[in-house]
Design a protein around this ligand. Sequence first.
Ligand SMILES: [Ca+2]
Length: 200
Amino acid sequence: MGTTASQLGKDLLSEYQELTFLTKQEILLAHKRYSELLSKEDRNLTSVPMEKVLSLPELKSNPFRKRICHVFSTSDMKDGSLTFEDFLDLLSAFSDSATLEIKSHYAFRIFDFDDDGTLDGGDLEKLVNCLTGKTEDTRLTPEEMRQLISNSQISVLQNRIEQLEQLLEENHQIISHIKDSCSGADRLWRCVPQRTAALP
Ligand SMILES: [Ca+2]
């Protein structure tokens, strides 16, 4: 038995459609998934704790899952918990229909681990550690990390970001109208690891 428009409210559903890149069906599916994350005793909560969001199959193996929750959470507690609207924002940003500008904005925020508005060596080190995992076999040695986070690597990263920003500026009008055809919810959230792999 799926979620119906009447359960969410038609006006609210229309509003969510206008404010996100999601289709009506995707919003209804998101509402169903979000409701399932709340146990009976949690039903009066206004947000889902991060631990429960992390249990979603789509996020379970994503190396940036905690950063994703923190970036999309509007909680004053900064605990990574998500309201339904936070959850919709997350799905919208990673949907195939979201613009490159939106995806780049959130990718930047996810990789900016200390939330200081810049990407530096510390962020790059954490990014690499997320990708390599925590075992001794997969982690880079301190020397390998030092070589990776050399000034030249950081300047390459910064240059790429500047190029991307320039490209976005030049194509803003075009990009803002780009919308791919509707995609299934099972294809959501895949862009972050792919974008990471393209970094220098
Ligand atoms: Ca930073």
